[in-house]
Write a protein that binds this ligand. Structure first.
Ligand SMILES: C[S@@+](CC[C@H](N)C(=O)[O-])C[C@H]1O[C@@H](n2cnc3c(N)ncnc32)[C@H](O)[C@@H]1O
Length: 282
């Protein structure tokens, strides 16, 4: 299906292909720690999503699969989806090397329903995902179509307030007075990715979209999901600003006295099971 931003997404896909091997070798992703039995998941999502054992979990925008495989290590039956061939090939190699049962599908999120028709107990989306999606209404429909009735959707990602931080100001936290972007993408041209690597990337350009919280929640409600909770947290997941500090539990946060902004939002919603509703109201 052709959309308004197919060209921008094609540019992004090339960027993710180039970034994948750099991320794979980076300290921040710590693949060696994962090989030794570690998890890439942080306390926030582990606490909020809870026990996944024996449940069929679909991970949208899985990158090279560390989070997907971490859920598998906690007993979920996992399938990861990503549009980067490099990311999917790396995820499959890692799963095979570590003998972790997992399935990985190469697909744009928007075209997933054309190639994959299964329904899941849990659909999961982790940090750093929504900013790559131009159209949340279409995304939410894909989420709803991927859930079995009664199934649960859980997402946690950067809070849109984080898109307002002026990252050119390193010694204090300053906000650009721009929360609403009317769906316009932001083009970035940079030789670096967000990990600690000093290896410059060949593909430098990306397009990203900032989504207000109301757009994220509204798109899911319009697709027929029912909200279970929406949380805002001061815990972040990467070193976004020089003032941020890493806590012992892996989360990044601003030290006391610097600023008190939400860095992450997390949301749980479910697809109503109408049979259940009818029988319980009888
Ligand atoms: C930052 S990663 C998020 C995964 C995970 N939290 C992590 O840090 O490894 C973002 C992923 O989204 C994928 N992506 C971006 N746009 C996509 C799209 N339209 N369809 C499928 N995958 C997409 C990229 O290839 C990348 O692997």
């Amino acid at each position: 299906m052709i959309t308004m931003y197919d060209d921008e997404m094609a540019v992004n896909r090339r960027w993710w292909d180039g970034a994948t091997p750099v991320h794979y070798r980076s300290r921040s992703y710590n693949v060696d720690g994962f090989r030794q039995g570690g998890t890439s998941l942080l306390p926030l999502e582990l606490g909020e999503l809870g026990d996944v054992s024996g449940r069929r979990l679909l991970h949208l925008q899985c990158h090279f699969g560390l989070d997907t495989l971490s859920w598998a290590r906690r007993g979920a039956e996992v399938t990861g989806v990503d549009f980067s061939p490099q990311a999917i090939a790396t995820a499959r190699r890692l799963a095979q090397e570590l003998s972790i049962p997992a399935r990985f599908i190469e697909s744009n999120i928007y075209t997933l329903p054309e190639v994959h028709h299964e329904r899941y107990d849990i659909v999961y989306t982790g940090y750093g995902a929504l900013c790559w999606l131009p159209d949340l209404d279409r995304w939410a429909k894909v989420v709803a179509r991927s859930l079995r009735p009664g199934g649960v959707f859980y997402v946690l990602d950067s809070h849109p307030i984080m898109d307002m931080i002026d990252y050119d100001v390193p010694d204090r936290v300053e906000l650009k007075l721009r929360y609403f972007t009317d769906g316009e993408p932001e083009m970035e041209d940079s030789p670096n990715t967000y990990t600690d690597s000093d290896r410059p990337l060949e593909e430098r350009v990306t397009y990203s979209w900032s989504h207000p919280l109301s757009e994220i929640v509204g798109s899911l409600l319009s697709a027929g999901l029912q909200l279970d909770f929406l949380h805002e947290s001061e815990l972040g997941y990467f070193n976004a600003h020089p003032l941020m500090r890493k806590r012992d539990d892996g989360h990044w946060t601003f030290p006391p006295g610097t600023c008190r902004l939400p860095l992450t939002f997390s949301l749980m919603a479910h697809l109503p099971d109408h049979d259940q509703t009818v029988s319980s109201s009888r």
